[in-house]
Design a protein around this ligand. Structure first.
Ligand SMILES: [Zn+2]
Ligand SMILES: [Zn+2]
Length: 163
């Protein structure tokens, strides 16, 4: 929360070159199954939250943008590729998973269901393992050093010892 009690959200791309700050209430949170959102995210569907009623600032860097139709632009980090925005005439939406606390932003509706991939509704039925369950066959996991930007703002990135 900020001083005047408006909620504040932060987030950014995987490499940390692009960071954002949203002040104010978030709008609708959704997932979109349309074919354009699949391609733009390289994923089965794209979770987005509208920030049209809030104040959005790019606090480090800015997204590169691809014009995906005559109506919309898609913003992404030019350095690491993380999808970040969907920008249409009625406002901007941000990729939910790019937020530092994506767990706070639960989608409430699905769009583009005509293109929903046939297995998406069954993923939760698949067998599940945590990351380290595979450590015996993937020994690099035991010594893994992440270069991913942490889920909070940083004064300097990458850290001095790595820059
Ligand atoms: Zn990046
Ligand atoms: Zn879509």
């Amino acid at each position: 929360m900020s001083l005047d009690n408006r909620p504040v959200y932060t987030g950014g791309c995987q490499c940390g070159a692009v960071r954002f700050r949203v002040e104010g209430a978030l709008g609708d949170a959704s997932v979109c199954h349309c074919r354009m959102c699949q391609k733009a995210s390289g994923n089965f569907y794209l979770p987005l939250v509208s920030v049209r009623g809030a104040k959005l600032d790019w606090t480090r860097g800015a997204p590169k943008r691809f014009r995906s139709s005559n109506a919309a632009w898609r913003g992404f980090c030019a350095d690491c590729g993380t999808p970040l925005t969907f920008e249409a005439p009625d406002g901007i939406a941000l990729a939910i998973a790019a937020f530092d606390h994506a767990e706070e932003i639960a989608p409430t509706i699905q769009w583009g269901t005509e293109a929903k991939l046939p297995y998406v509704d069954h993923i939760h039925e698949l067998p599940g393992e945590d990351t380290m369950a595979d450590v015996s066959s993937s020994s690099y996991l035991a010594d893994l050093v992440t270069y991913q930007h942490p889920d909070h703002d940083t004064d300097q990135w990458p850290p001095e010892e790595r820059s």
